[in-house]
Design a protein. Sequence first.
Length: 195
Amino acid sequence: MRTAEIARKTAETDIQLQLNLDGAGKSEIATGCGFLDHMLTLFARHGRFDLTVKCQGDTWVDDHHTVEDVGICLGDAFAQALGNMAGITRYGSALLPMDEALILSAVDLSGRGMLCCELALPTEKVGTFDTELCEEFLLAFTRRCQCTLHIRQLSGKNSHHIIEGAFKALARSLRQAVAVDPALGGEIPSTKGVL
């Protein structure tokens, strides 16, 4: 079973996270940041990942530490659940419309952390959420998951729609990438023999 449990406690956040890559999209999310909770709930549903996240963070400062540290923990969980990545598809992509927004996500579970993010968010806030934290989350996730991720906005005028499209597209591209490919027979999907 491809699962992970992560516990991370710092002076800024206290996080417990459980992930099942072969789940049904069930989630229980309580980060103290309502917009992040919404994004992680739809991330779990669209990726068909079972995900539980509980975070107590210093949100009286702002949401930055919570958002970044949850990204770190989610990346750690994917890395742990994938292990040596034997037999996985490795690559995944999604082109996802969210009303007027159109988002491309392409991921390579390469063993190398790299984010190429092109989101033109027209507002600084969605509710109380600082929209610049979307990229902070993605950066923390890719570094710890050790994946290459391209997220590109092809159209969009509404910050909520753009960010939601990005999380849904990421989930669907990861769903493809983590899938077990029976044709590989358990081989590492790399000519190097290791990822």
